[in-house]
Design a protein around this ligand. Structure first.
Ligand SMILES: [Ca+2]
Ligand SMILES: [Ca+2]
Length: 373
């Protein structure tokens, strides 16, 4: 059910948001997800095998490590959530490995959306976006195509990610590092009082579904995001339509149970930023402009096709290449660097190091390290 159908749920959601600008117990980053209590976990894990572009992101800095998800959008670029590139208490990642199947690829550059910082890291604004450059080309998975249609509302979406799981009755309770995919009916974020740059869904209980109400029909593999899914991909018609960002609840416990909600950053709002960011980061490493494909939906129900190849699942993620450390690249209005835009009078050049220092000054606690050779 969506809150718009129930005024009391809507007001409860809004109250939760008002009290949660910043850190909140009821609005939290989605870090795999929870499944229907009457379906087998195997079905969700099998569905995930259709989405090899979604990988596991392991990150660490000098004092902590954490895990997220991400989606390959070009041969060496990954789209993820901005909150995945930093730990809220220990700071930025300085090493990262993006895992596709059993192959790990080191992260060498990160660019996070400047609006994420400008908004005070406001999850509800739909700005929780970062792009990662990998130190080598991916060879065992196909990049996802971006969804650039604006007709996402009420289409079926497929969530893909790694992390905590459980079911709608229990909420999430264990973390097995497996990839799962599940479905839901997607709405524009304004339905739940958030930015139209978010896409949302709610987790419907099949036992209490209102079958005459299109928004309250649980999908066959109805799904809810949970910690560990952050940065993963939401697919419509086989295209990447969202980047998993946060979960919320109106039942007082944001545990990904039935009735809780999922939210992803809306890719169609950011296609220029994504292309521009990838292009800009490519220049830093002397790479050619990466081709990033996009197209609108082709079906009315969001089922569509996908062109994903299968990649085997890897059991272990605690590996980092100690020769590769992360550099943060300032978002110098990345959207202006979209190669699809009319030619900018100033030629694109390799950015000066000041761009990097600017961010270091802004976040003085960030450490950049380079291995001594
Ligand atoms: Ca639903
Ligand atoms: Ca709950």
């Amino acid at each position: 059910m969506y809150a718009t159908k129930n005024p009391s749920l809507l007001s409860a959601t809004l109250i939760a948001i008002a009290t949660t600008i910043g850190v909140s117990s009821s609005l939290m980053p989605a870090k795999a997800g929870t499944i229907r209590s009457d379906r087998s976990d195997w079905e969700y894990r099998s569905l995930a095998n259709n989405f090899s572009s979604v990988g596991y992101l392991s990150a660490r800095n000098n004092s902590s490590g954490w895990g997220c998800s991400g989606t390959l959008i070009a041969q060496r670029f990954v789209l993820t959530a901005a909150h995945c590139v930093e730990n809220s208490s220990t700071g930025w990642m300085n090493q990262g490995t993006f895992w596709l199947g059993n192959q790990g690829y080191s992260v060498n550059l990160v660019g996070a959306n400047t609006d994420w910082f400008n908004s005070g890291r406001d999850l509800g604004s739909g700005v929780d976006l970062a792009i990662l450059s990998l130190s080598q080309n991916v060879w065992n998975a196909n990049p996802a195509m971006l969804y650039d249609g604006r007709d996402e509302d009420l289409k079926m979406g497929t969530y893909v990610g790694y992390g905590a799981t459980g079911n709608g009755d229990t909420g999430y309770y264990y973390y097995d590092y497996n990839k799962r995919a599940g479905q839901n009916t997607i709405g524009i974020g304004t339905r739940l009082g958030w930015s139209d740059r978010t896409l949302v869904s709610d987790f419907d209980d099949p036992r209490t579904a209102q079958w005459n109400e299109p928004l309250s029909q649980p999908r066959n593999l109805e799904y809810q995001l949970a910690p560990g899914d952050s940065g993963g991909g939401l697919f419509i018609d086989g295209r990447l339509a969202g980047v998993h960002s946060f979960i919320s609840s109106t039942d007082g416990n944001t545990n990904s149970s039935y009735r809780d909600s999922s939210a992803s950053v809306r890719v169609s709002s950011w296609t220029s930023w994504i292309r521009g960011a990838a292009n800009y980061l490519a220049q830093w490493t002397g790479q050619p402009t990466p081709p990033i494909a996009s197209s609108g939906g082709t079906t009315s129900n969001g089922e569509g096709w996908n062109r994903q190849a299968e990649a085997p699942l890897a059991p272990q993620y605690d590996w980092f290449d100690d020769q590769v450390f992360v550099n943060f690249i300032t978002d110098v209005d990345f959207a202006q660097h979209d190669p699809g835009k009319p030619v900018d009078p100033t030629p694109a050049t390799t950015p000066e190091p000041s761009a990097l220092l600017g961010l270091m000054a802004l976040f003085g606690w960030m450490k950049l390290r380079k291995r001594e050779r």
